[in-house]
Ligand binder design. Sequence first.
Ligand code: NAD
Length: 260
Amino acid sequence: MDLGLQGKVALVAAASKGLGYGIAHALAAEGAKVSICSRDEGAITAAAQRLHDETGAETLATACDVRDAAAIQAWIERTVQTWGNIDALAINAGGPPAGPLKTETDERWQAAFELTLMSTVRMIRGSLPYFNRGGAILAVTSSSVRQPIPNLGVSTAMRLAVAGVLKTFSRELADDGIRVNNLVPGRIDTDRVRELDEGVAAREGISFEAVRERSVQNIPFKRLGTIEEFGAAGAFLLSPAASYITGATLVVDGGGMSAL
Ligand code: NAD
């Protein structure tokens, strides 16, 4: 199936590695022009070069911390100045740090609000004036939108807020011909998941391998997902091939979630 992404302009946030990079790679492989950002200039420039080398796609790298409203706007405008209007936006960011709710401070709540919720709002609001009809937006959230995750309470609260924002935008933007969807990773093999598992291992005094084995046993496919598998789902949702899908939550989890 041709996804219809050839020559389309796509922005992917937090894409120097992990899930964002996976989406950017899948879009680039389908012929989209891909503008990626993350905090570190060197890392994002290297990622854009790798994307170009592996797919031949045009790429643009911008250093942007998505907690910074002005930096988001500058990234969007630089992309539009380079390639014209926008067809696709993948919202992503690092996850709020783990910790039990009883010890979370106001400062950590506020930081997560800026990182996860306001970055989503700002990326959508900032890019809307430049969006082509037929375009699409997705945000990477978390399985916590279906099943709250102990020790990730702040993240869970922010992800649920993002899910509400996405659903509302999906209805408000339908007349503009823009689709908005929620892309949920179960457990995809990235540095973030490795760090979380190392944290569990340290807390429980067991090996990293034991933590991995336990978590994999809860996944019907008995393995973590890959960023390629996740990226393919993202590219599909952002493509004209998904033209009747909006306001949806697509879960990429190897069957790991038991929630309906
Ligand atoms: P990762 O650590 O592998 O990659 C994170 C990327 O985000 C990097 O490119 C990093 O530079 C960038 N980044 C972090 N903070 C940023 C900021 N403030 N501004 C701009 N860029 C920033 O992590 P990942 O596994 O790819 O996770 C991406 C998101 O998905 C996170 O929010 C994570 O909590 C969420 N998530 C991931 C999984 C999974 O299975 N990997 C599961 C549930 C939720």
